[in-house]
Design a protein around this ligand. Structure first.
Ligand SMILES: [Zn+2]
Length: 292
């Protein structure tokens, strides 16, 4: 999807509503309250009425779009901007491009990001690389190791030639690492590659574990490397430094979800529609919840 295509296909609220209807109810419009399929369209209200329970609803009722006064074509443009920006896009940039207030832009970004949360994550197998990185905060004692910083820990797990997972972790201790391993990596995995951080030795166990010693500048040993996950980290860091500048720990998981979603779909030509589909099928996000 390009900007000219977007302008041609989705320039009116009606155009947008039509595609959202097909994405939300591929098998036909269904009453969100009683699931009845027998509904009629009231054009003057741009709503459906359920023949069973009389509920009046639109395609955006009960979705992430709910209660938004922003025209749908503006929403669509924000979605396109966010899915096409590989390193992410700041609310400030959305504000300038769409000509909306900062508050609207910020909320818009967070709502779209909420739709980018992947709910069904298959276990990773094959060759899996796992690594940790530190973002945000200030490094209080540079050179004295990561334990002395107040940076946030991000765990990255990636199947070679496959999917990526990002997590905002409490710490990088072996118990924490072990939990992310058991939650995300199949017991049938061929090999788990990590750096030589002591915590991984306990977390992964002896079997199926290969390490690369980053402190000894050993980054690649034949096929044993963590480059796949490090590439994803470098994209994340460029996104945080270049686009979002300073993000709070509270919103870090949402940014990680966004990066992960986009990364795992970077070869998906339907990324735009895929995101829209998530937006009409994912849980709505209320402003109160967001700012709680
Ligand atoms: Zn109904």
């Amino acid at each position: 999807m390009t900007l000219p295509e977007l302008n041609r296909l989705f320039s009116t609220d009606d155009d947008c509503r039509e595609i959202l209807t097909r994405l939300r109810w591929p098998a036909g419009v269904e009453c969100p309250r009683c699931r009845n399929r027998n509904v009629w369209w009231v054009d003057s209200r741009k709503q459906f009425t359920c023949s069973e329970c009389s509920y009046q609803f639109s395609v955006t009722t009960g979705t992430i779009f709910n209660d938004s006064h922003l025209p749908l074509p503006s929403w669509f443009m924000a979605v396109l901007l966010l899915v096409e920006a590989r390193k992410g896009m700041s609310a400030n940039q959305i504000k300038r491009t769409l000509g909306v207030s900062y508050k609207t832009a910020w909320y818009l970004c967070h709502r779209i990001r909420a739709a980018m949360k992947e709910v069904e994550l298959p276990m990773l197998d094959g060759t899996v690389a796992m690594d940790e990185t530190y973002v945000g905060g200030k490094q209080r004692n540079p050179g004295r190791g990561m334990a002395t910083t107040n940076k946030e820990v991000v765990i990255g797990i990636r199947k070679r030639n496959g999917e990526l997972r990002f997590f905002h972790a409490e710490d990088a201790k072996s118990g924490t690492l072990a939990k992310y391993i058991s939650d995300n990596i199949s017991t049938d995995v061929d090999v788990i590659i990590t750096d030589s951080l002591q915590a991984y030795k306990h977390a992964v166990g002896e079997a199926k574990h290969e390490t690369v010693n980053h402190t000894a500048r050993e980054y690649v040993r034949g096929d044993i490397h963590t480059n796949t996950v490090e590439n994803a980290f470098s994209l994340l860091k460029r996104g945080i430094m270049g686009t979002w500048h300073k993000i709070s720990a509270k919103h870090l998981p949402a940014y990680l979800d966004e990066m992960q979603f986009r990364f795992n779909r970077r070869k998906n030509t339907n990324l735009f529609l895929d995101t829209l589909r998530h937006m009409v099928t994912a849980d709505p996000l209320t402003f109160a919840k967001l700012t709680a």
